[in-house]
Ligand binder design. Structure first.
Ligand code: SF4
Length: 362
């Protein structure tokens, strides 16, 4: 079996940000100890079945809340043929020596939430670290030996303007990081932001589109080429683990709320840490890897759905019905030629409806 990806979810956060619906809650030291042991056991169980990992991603939640326990967990992957190993760190809480311990345990990529370099916007999102602290963390990570650092940016923050977004993009450029993920703020039900939605100064739809296109343009000018709807990287630094998702490649997900795709089957753990600690079996989520699913995921990438990739994976060309339907979509949103079909930045703003339209006959 070829090596696959590993995602581990850490369902802990010191406090809940008002816009976030990821599965996470506060925890004490003994809960984090028990969780660390459970993760190590779960990884070992896959290794015992002969599964090897070539990418690993520790996300959350706030993995860095676990401190040195993370380095102990990371060591279970020593000996795996890893080509990328990312840990998400919350810049407001990184204990002394953690970056060094992670680097010594084989982690080679750090992802941090900047969200905005404008402190007022960060505060509106419930983020406690100021931009200066984020910069200090980037420097600490770099001096610990990390040459691949990613920052999360948020678009369509209440009160965000073209000028304030430019400040955040300039921050990413000047901080010397290699990768930026820029996500549009989505108001999720069951969050404080949802209850406050009428009083938040949320940008209107036209402004949201303008902010997204500005991010694509200005990140490119700062050296971060777009390679996926929300992801931008310097040459050679596209996220290898996340590319597995968009290439419909297989991965194991460990922890509550984590999804897996192994042996052609998709399955997931419910949002329930206690159930994970009890080793409850994951729930089935159907078959994976169909052409429709592959096409849908590939259309998130700037490269798009290619003839070469489709032939390699499925042994046939892109079905003509996709080209027939693509003909009716304006060129501003989509390009279809002998190499394949791909969305433009403007098209990414309508990606759900465009993708559904061109795949309607599959
Ligand atoms: S730190 Fe991240 S995962 Fe935790 S509540 Fe905030 S946004 Fe959600």
């Amino acid at each position: 079996m070829e090596p696959i990806g590993l995602y581990v979810h850490f369902p802990f956060c010191a406090a809940k940000c008002p816009y976030c619906d990821f599965y996470s809650a506060p925890a004490d030291a003994s809960e984090m100890d028990a969780y660390s042991d459970a993760v190590i056991n779960a990884v070992r169980a896959w290794q015992t079945k002969g599964v090897r990992f070539d990418t690993a991603y520790f996300g959350g939640g706030t993995p860095s809340l676990l401190g040195r326990r993370l380095a102990r967990i990371a060591q279970v992957l020593n000996g795996e043929p890893l080509r990328e190993f990312t840990v998400e760190c919350n810049p407001s809480r990184v204990e002394d020596g953690l970056f060094e311990a992670l680097r010594a345990s084989g982690v080679d990529r750090i992802s941090m939430g900047l969200q905005s370099a404008v402190d007022e916007e960060r505060r509106a999102l419930g983020r406690t670290a100021d931009a200066e602290t984020v910069l200090r963390r980037i420097r600490q990570a770099r001096s610990a030996g990390f040459e691949s650092i990613s920052l999360d940016l948020m678009l369509a923050i209440p009160g965000q303007t073209a000028e304030s977004l430019r400040t955040s993009i300039d921050f990413c450029r000047d901080a010397g990081v290699q990768h930026v993920s820029a996500y549009l703020l989505k108001i999720e039900e069951n969050t404080p932001f949802y209850k406050m939605r009428d009083t938040l100064r949320l940008p209107d739809e036209d402004t949201v589109c303008a902010l997204y296109l500005q991010a694509v343009r200005e990140l490119a000018a700062a050296g971060f080429a777009q390679y996926e709807i929300s992801n931008f990287a310097k040459d050679g630094f596209a996220g290898r683990h996340n590319l597995k998702y968009w290439n419909a490649e297989e991965y194991v997900g460990i922890g509550p709320a984590a999804h897996s795709f192994v042996g052609g089957k998709r399955f997931f753990n419910p949002r329930d840490t206690a159930a994970f600690l009890r080793r409850n079996a994951p729930l089935p989520d159907g078959d994976g890897g169909s052409f429709e699913e592959y096409a849908m995921l590939r259309l998130r990438l700037c490269e798009g759905l290619t003839q070469a990739g489709t032939r390699k994976r499925f042994g046939h060309a892109i079905p003509q019905s996709l080209y027939d339907r693509a003909e009716h979509i304006p060129q501003a949103y989509l390009r279809a030629d002998a190499d394949g079909i791909r969305l433009t930045a403007e098209g990414f703003l309508l990606s759900n409806s465009i993708t559904a339209e061109i795949l309607a006959d599959v």
